[in-house]
Write a protein that binds this ligand. Structure first.
Ligand SMILES: *Cc1c(COP(=O)(O)O)cnc(C)c1O
Length: 416
């Protein structure tokens, strides 16, 4: 029941904005409320002058945080074992923001050759325009990384497992090397998602060895729906966080509250989804390993896959010793099959749809031309054409039947 008296028409505009009704407090529900704002209101000028957004103790402007964004940041800190978190509009903007915040003209950044492709492009094109150098190192050779760290090196990017070819590097040795040489190391932790290993506590001893910065494409597992683009930057060291936070503020990066809400809604099920997708992916990876047209399966949890021993060391303790891995892997087809044939196989799949990204409920497939993507050659990857599968939440047997029908129809061999 409203006590508001009936208003004259000319008073209506103002009344609809400055209406006196306040809903009672004390509303509690399982889902976080969605607070949206560019403008944040202050009770008086003293509050305008005294509020501090940098330490998140109060609110000043939508871009500097809302209760909704703070809640997601805190939950992501819990997921990654970090102290501070910044939200950005995509995984790629998380990568580029870290590079922009930490590098100046004359500095150099090192990236693994199997890094997420657009992160390499960003160094080659955008950072180069600002006089920042880069080198690509062999992710499977700590000696190569060691030889490339020079007096100008300010940042080393790490990725475990690497994009598309899925090699798992000697992450512990890489991080130790960066610490010895006093160079900041930032991990693209989209694959591990905070679940396969703990980026700030790699030895599981409370944090004696960890990366300096972890970047996560929330677009993948935290969103889980193939519908939201977002990224996060998490850290443990306050000074490092502040440097990135100020750059983030000056770049004007913000995320929409409705997108934050979607990630908050998906986050409680992330571990269930991650491990279910891992299980199905491993089943399918093993099935593909048995097929005569497949010369190599690239999945770090499979013995014989590049970096399997390093995966075992860092991720092997998860899941009561089963180890944990993302539900994404690649396989190489015998070199006698040309690109048209491999493309026909991808087109023929019914449940596995053609599309980029991963970590959602729908399984995806994509052929890749490796020779266009690598500066150090193929490394341990066998000759032949590569196909990547991102496993969703469909029934594993249905997905295997789908692979089998396309395989038999296109390659003319029995699925065993
Ligand atoms: C997808 C992805 C990104 C980028 O995320 P977007 O939100 O699509 O920009 C970064 N790193 C890795 C490893 C990824 O797979």
């Amino acid at each position: 029941m409203s006590d508001t008296p009936k208003l004259a028409p000319e008073a209506l505009s103002t009344a609809l904005i400055h209406h006196p009704y306040q809903a009672p407090g004390g509303f509690e529900a399982p889902q976080q409320p969605v607070h949206k704002a560019s403008t944040v209101l202050f009770p008086d000028v003293a509050a305008v002058r005294s509020r501090r957004w940098l330490d998140k103790s109060s609110y000043t402007y939508g871009l500097h945080g809302t209760p909704t964004s703070f809640v997601l940041e805190e939950r992501l800190c819990a997921l990654e074992g970090a102290r501070q978190c910044l939200l950005v509009p995509s995984g790629l903007s998380a990568l580029s923001t870290v590079s922009l915040a930490l590098l100046s003209a004359g500095d150099e950044v090192l990236l693994p050759d199997n890094a997420y492709g657009p992160n390499k492009d960003f160094a080659q094109v955008e950072l180069a325009r600002w006089g920042i150098g880069h080198q690509f190192y062999d992710p499977m050779s700590v000696d190569d990384l060691r030889s490339k760290i020079g007096p100008q090196t300010r940042l080393v990017w790490l990725e475990a497992a690497g994009s598309v070819t899925m090699e798992f590097p000697d992450l512990l040795a890489q991080v130790r090397l960066c610490k010895e040489r006093g160079v900041v190391c930032a991990l693209d932790n989209t694959w591990g998602a905070g679940l396969a290993f703990s980026p700030f506590d790699l030895l599981r001893d409370g944090g004696s060895l960890g990366v300096d910065v972890s970047v996560h494409a929330l677009t993948k597992y935290p969103s889980g729906g193939g519908d939201v683009l977002m990224g996060s930057i998490t850290t443990c060291a306050q000074a490092l966080h502040m440097g990135i936070k100020l750059c983030h503020m000056r770049l004007g990066l913000g995320v929409g509250a409705n997108d934050v809400e979607l990630v908050l809604r998906s986050l409680p099920s992330i571990a269930l989804r991650y491990h279910a997708q891992d299980k199905t992916a491993r089943t399918l990876a093993q099935a593909l390993q048995r097929q005569s047209a497949v010369v190599q399966v690239l999945h770090p949890a499979l013995p014989g896959s590049p970096g399997h021993a390093h995966w075992q060391q860092v991720c092997g303790a998860a899941q009561d010793g089963l180890g944990a891995a993302a539900g994404i892997f690649s396989f190489v087809l015998d070199a006698r099959f040309d690109q048209d044939t491999v493309d026909a196989f991808c087109n023929r799949l019914q449940w596995l749809r053609l599309g980029y990204s991963w970590g959602g409920h729908m399984s995806l497939v994509m052929p890749y031309d490796l020779d266009e993507m690598r500066h150090h050659g193929r490394g341990a990857v066998a000759a032949g054409r590569l196909v990547r599968l991102c496993i969703g939440l469909e029934d594993a047997a249905d997905l295997e039947r789908d692979l089998a029908q396309a395989y038999e129809a296109v390659f003319g061999e029995d699925w065993v």
